[in-house]
Design a binder for this molecule. Structure first.
Ligand code: FPP
Length: 227
């Protein structure tokens, strides 16, 4: 039984949570941010070392402008705004995704958060923003091409990812019932365990991470080999 070192979450269901209450979708995202904080604390309590959260995909630009603007404002204002909390908790922030297309304000907030938390060691929080698994692979291959590489290998591609020092996720889970990866961690998910939970993201809390960890510990991982 291997321990849960890296948990990755597709945070889904903010919109449905708001709709059920006749509230604007933006309120669902704000509630989702509260869950993010609870899940972060829960992950530290459970001894998880890496937490990756899918915050905004390369496909999410297709949403109405009002919603995209709201999410960009959250990334611009709430990430750096929580820096004291991250430092108190010992959380190191990492950015995963394509910089092109993101507002400068969001990039500045992310860069400052990364810089000012870089010595923290309790947990590394990888925020996937403007992230797509296909784009991640294409960007890595393009970097290799620009360096004159003539033949790629899986190891070479991975070495050009945004955070190659972060190990592949052990467990990728998704809230709100749908069962797909939606372009998340395509390369690194080769042998990740997958888990799908009906609970909407704004209903997730510390206790849910305990459940997720217990579920993971029941899995038998063979990585293509035999037991
Ligand atoms: C998916 O729910 C959720 C998102 C696209 C946004 C997730 C973002 C957050 C939880 C906020 C993160 C903020 C910071 C500062 C890191 P959905 O809108 O697709 O829900 P639905 O499927 O029910 O419509």
């Amino acid at each position: 039984m291997s321990s849960l070192v890296h948990l990755a979450i597709i945070m889904d269901g903010n919109g449905r949570w708001a709709k059920k209450r006749n509230l604007p979708r933006a309120v669902g995202h704000l509630e989702g941010l509260k869950s993010l904080k609870k899940v972060l604390v829960g992950s530290i309590n459970e001894g998880i070392k890496y937490l990756s959260l899918y915050c905004f995909s390369t496909e999410n630009w297709k949403r109405p402008k009002e919603e995209v603007d709201y999410l960009m404002a959250l990334f611009s204002n709430k990430i750096y705004g929580e820096i004291k909390t991250y430092n108190k908790l010992g959380v190191q922030i990492r950015f995963l995704g394509k910089r092109d297309g993101l507002p400068q304000k969001a990039l500045d907030a992310l860069d400052r958060a990364v810089e000012e938390t870089k010595s923290n060691t309790a947990l590394t929080l990888q925020l996937a923003i403007n992230y797509g698994g296909q784009d991640e692979i294409a960007r890595a291959v393009n970097k290799l091409i620009s360096e004159g590489c003539k033949e790629v290998t899986p190891e070479l591609i991975r070495s050009k990812f945004d955070n190659p020092d972060i190990p592949a996720a052990d467990f990728i889970v998704r809230s709100a019932g749908e069962e797909r990866l939606s372009n998340f961690l395509l390369f690194d998910s080769a042998y990740s365990e997958l888990g799908f939970y009906d609970k909407l993201w704004p209903d997730w809390d510390e206790a849910m991470i305990k459940t997720v960890k217990e579920d993971y510990l029941k899995r038998e991982r063979r990585f293509g080999g035999l037991l």
